[in-house]
Design a protein around this ligand. Structure first.
Ligand code: NAI
Length: 257
């Protein structure tokens, strides 16, 4: 049995992942705002410190895998803090615990939204600026409904870029830790509940995010892929953002390779 740390474990994809790991006999330390082993607000510095401190205590200082799922999709600045800085603080902060495992793995949940319209200035601030600068840019984007939604897509785009450049570094690949991401299409969780509640909403979503293979799916579909990426069997995937999206990525940029 392995020990896993899963953020966002109280709901949706994180919850399905924790349940799947438990059903396979592994130990899961869950983290979320409330309702799991570690209650921590990953949009704050204090919450990120709490996560690392309590994960160290509860795990005895060794984790076999970190699965960073926690995220927000609201068009508000805090989305930037959770999706980008919270996810990276989770991965970087818990990396020392991974180095003590015989088969360490790390996975983060990105999104098909990383392929949608985004704000290049915000993406650059994520990658090279400070959190305060990125949050200030978000406050500007929020002022117009047309740009508010770009906070989410920009956070996921920047996270994917961070991942692809970080995964090959001495701290990750060089230390024998595969670091990868999944980018789901539309998943039927509380996050998308309102969008799919009406037939008009479903039609609009289908237009915006076409998923020719089987359409929107339950969180267990994403959980199975996360669990494999976090398993010892995954020895050579490095810096990949794997789209589990019913074909949306292929529809959008099938001619890119
Ligand atoms: P969800 O809303 O069911 O679960 C997200 C969890 O993250 C919640 O339990 C929430 O409390 C937690 N969380 C939010 N802010 C937090 C904070 N500040 N500190 C700690 N935990 C916090 O949503 P879902 O769908 O399971 O989302 C999981 C991940 O999947 C997110 O990163 C999301 O962006 C991503 N995703 C979801 C898609 C979907 O269609 N549902 C599509 C693509 C990506």
């Amino acid at each position: 049995a392995r020990t896993y740390l899963v953020t966002g474990a109280a709901s949706g994809i994180g919850k399905a992942t924790a349940e799947l790991l438990n059903s396979r006999g592994h130990r899961v330390i869950g983290a979320d705002l409330t309702g799991t082993d570690i209650n921590a607000d990953l949009s704050t510095v204090v919450g990120r410190e709490t996560l690392v401190k309590q994960a160290t205590e509860l795990s005895g200082g060794v984790l076999d895998a970190v699965i960073a799922v926690a995220g927000l999709s609201h068009p508000i600045p805090v989305t930037a803090s959770v999706n980008y800085y919270g996810a990276i603080a989770t991965l970087e902060g818990l990396r020392p615990l991974l180095t003590r495992s015989a088969a360490p793995r790390a996975v983060v949940v990105d999104s098909m939204a990383s392929l949608q319209s985004y704000d290049e200035e915000l993406v650059q601030l994520f990658l090279t600026g400070t959190e305060a600068q990125a949050v200030a840019r978000c406050a500007e984007l929020v002022e117009s409904p047309a740009t508010g939604h770009q906070i989410y897509s920009s956070s996921k785009r920047a996270l994917a870029r961070w991942l692809r450049t970080t995964a090959t570094t001495p701290e990750w690949a060089g230390a024998g830790i595969p670091l990868n991401a999944i980018a789901p299409g539309v998943v039927l969780t509380p996050m998308t509940k309102e969008l799919v509640a009406t037939s008009e909403g479903r039609a609009k979503l289908n237009e915006q995010v076409p998923m020719p293979l089987n359409g929107p799916f339950d969180p267990i579909v994403a959980a199975r892929l996360l669990v494999w990426l976090a398993d010892g069997e995954n020895s050579h995937l490095c810096g990949q953002v794997i789209f589990v999206d019913g074909g949306y990525d292929a529809v959008l940029r099938g001619d890119s390779t």
